[in-house]
Design a protein around this ligand. Structure first.
Ligand code: ADP
Length: 349
């Protein structure tokens, strides 16, 4: 590789990547390849396309490959494809930057330690994001690695938007609303002046509807609020997370059902949302195609809460000039986009 930068988004079952190559102008980076390893831990498969969108890899990896083996396999494939030298840096998506980290930061051992302290606040993502960084630090200690935070874009919120209404000593321990999906929202805010200049500096809600789902209220391209709060459990109904939930339910799980903290964590992150309601799937495609009444109920609940919370963010913005959809469901499901847009038609054309 010569003059390449690798971007990684390491999750529990997938490792998404892009390789950028330095172009002729000093600050022009062209996409050389991008793709992902899916099915980590079960049936891992590497799929990659070149900068023109042509498939250049579609290979089943040997064994079940855990996250570590998947990153090794990707590194090997990249070396074969782009040569061994010239990787100038790696950028990582890191879900939680906490109160201390907002802007992208070069990762040192101390930064990594700080970020590990946030793992309990994002157990579905943070450990996997950081494992990739640690693995590369071990192998290539001199290679600059930069962490970019999903919380960073939201760090201009008003005091009242950031507030979690608990006593000050608890807030001093870092309990505040952070918001997530910020890297995606920042990209969209940056693209709006080109794609939809007529709304770019107005009141816009972005609906990031994927396995994780949230809404972000943008005013003049800046985030003013988001349906996520302290953790990525709040807000919209998601694939396996419930979204907004009466805290009394959590108390009930501990007190009446006597679940342990670990069991409650697993329940809230992995067994609720679309999966919990339908009883069989967290995949919106399967739910939309299913005649099962519980699948329909799950989709109805998803739409209902997207509509309800979209209304509350529109109230915070004082009206709405534009609605943007993104992520797996938002980009690919005309039916979900139509149902949410129709339900919000009262907000204007
Ligand atoms: P994440 O990156 O958070 O894992 P994605 O943004 O990839 O999630 O979104 C995954 C979701 O998108 C799944 O629920 C999947 O079913 C849904 N999805 C993908 N394509 C479609 C489609 N054509 N119609 C409806 N839902 C879709």
């Amino acid at each position: 590789m010569s003059g390449h930068v690798l971007i990684l988004n390491a999750g529990s079952s997938s490792l998404k990547f892009r390789i950028y190559e330095l172009g002729d102008a000093a600050d022009s980076w062209n996409v050389a390849a991008g793709g992902q390893i899916e099915g980590i831990g079960t049936a891992p498969r590497l799929h990659a396309k070149d900068g023109a969108g042509k498939t250049i890899a579609d290979d089943r990896l040997a064994g079940k490959a855990d996250a570590r083996a998947a990153l090794d396999a990707l590194a090997k494939w990249l070396r074969t494809r782009f040569g061994a030298k010239g990787l100038v840096g790696v950028g990582h998506r890191v879900v939680h930057g906490g109160a201390s980290y907002a802007a992208p930061v070069v990762v040192t051992a101390r930064v990594l330690d700080d970020l590990r302290g946030l793992e309990p606040l994002a157990p579905l993502h943070q450990p996997y994001n950081l494992a990739g960084i640690a693995q590369l630090l071990e192998r290539l200690p001199d290679l600059p690695q930069v962490a970019c935070f999903d919380t960073g874009f939201h760090r201009g919120w008003s005091d009242v938007a950031e507030l979690v209404p608990v006593p000050a000593e608890i807030r001093r321990a870092g309990v505040q609303r952070y918001g997530f999906h910020g890297i995606s929202y920042e990209y969209i805010a940056g693209a709006l002046p080109r794609v939809a200049p007529e709304i770019a500096d107005k009141r816009v809600i972005v609906a990031h509807l994927g396995s994780g789902a949230s809404l972000c209220a943008l005013k003049n391209g800046k985030s003013v609020d988001c349906t996520f709060g302290f953790t990525a459990l709040d807000g919209l109904c998601m694939g396996t997370r419930p979204g907004a939930l009466d805290p009394g339910v959590v108390l009930h799980l501990f007190q009446a059902l006597e679940l342990s903290a670990k069991e409650v964590e697993t329940l809230l992150y992995k067994k609720c949302g679309l999966l919990g309601i339908s009883g069989f799937s967290n995949d919106m495609r399967e739910l939309l195609a299913s005649p099962d009444p519980n699948a329909m109920l799950a989709v109805d609940y998803f739409i209902y809460h997207a509509t309800k919370q979209l209304g509350s963010l529109a109230a915070i913005l004082g009206g709405l000039d534009g609605l943007v959809f993104t992520a797996g469901i938002g980009e690919n499901s005309p039916e979900i986009r139509r149902r949410i847009s129709e339900a919000c038609a009262w907000l204007g054309d």
